[in-house]
Write a protein that binds this ligand. Sequence first.
Ligand SMILES: Nc1ncnc2c1ncn2[C@@H]1O[C@H](COP(=O)(O)OP(=O)(O)OP(=O)(O)O)[C@@H](O)[C@H]1O
Ligand SMILES: [Mg+2]
Length: 252
Amino acid sequence: MIDTAPRDLDRESAALVVDGLSKTYADGTQALDALELRIPAGCFFGLLGPNGAGKTTLIGAVAGLVRAAPRRVFVFGRDAVTDPRSRLLVGLAPQEVRLDRFLNARDVLVYHGRYFGMGRLEARRRADELLDVFDLAAKQNTRSNRLSGGMRRRLLIARALMHEPRLVVLDEPTAGVDTEQRHELWRYLRRLHTEGLTVLLTTHYIEEAETLCERVAFISRGRIAAEGVPAELVSRFGGERLEDAYLEVLRT
Ligand SMILES: Nc1ncnc2c1ncn2[C@@H]1O[C@H](COP(=O)(O)OP(=O)(O)OP(=O)(O)O)[C@@H](O)[C@H]1O
Ligand SMILES: [Mg+2]
């Protein structure tokens, strides 16, 4: 009891606690290797790492999409593997854009809201609000397969926010989004963050993480290689920009 109490408290105060998570896929690929991570509630957090480092696998475990061992991943204190209520707390914009091509943009959002237990009117109201915010109102009746790549990505992010999650997980949200829309998106994510949302973002644009994130972690071969405030990481590993620290950490 005495031993576990402080730990449980810590789990509840954090948006995400990953406590020694390993994942080996059926073909024997080890994607995560006893990974440890803690994201404070309300933090804008960036996860950076090379292709194949394990970012999407980790996110999949958080969102309940990748089978993982119980008692290793906690979202606001709830076990992400065994407690279905944890799903309501997480909004995920996946790396791979997969949308039902027979649904128009508005219905993608409304169906998602209904799936997550929202009433019809509430789902419609929220969908209209998000279509507006993500500059998709003019395309609301367009089927998802007729949207441009960047529009689809914005729709995915809007969908992740539909049910008002407390932790939003964005797996490379700005890949393929044009510069103007990217800045719009940054502005919107910042606003959500100031309203109390916790954001976990992966990106290969290191300057994006440097601009947006209060803390970042470098992931390499399924483990966290370094974690901290961007400016601290720069002074710890040398160089001038976060990119220098990143390259230095991954070199070793
Ligand atoms: N379904 C799967 N079956 C087998 N191996 C997988 C599966 N999904 C991912 N992997 C492997 O797990 C490792 C981690 O992949 P993951 O997708 O988590 O990396 P990532 O950090 O998201 O990379 P990227 O930056 O390219 O998106 C890789 O070696 C990958 O090939
Ligand atoms: Mg990935």
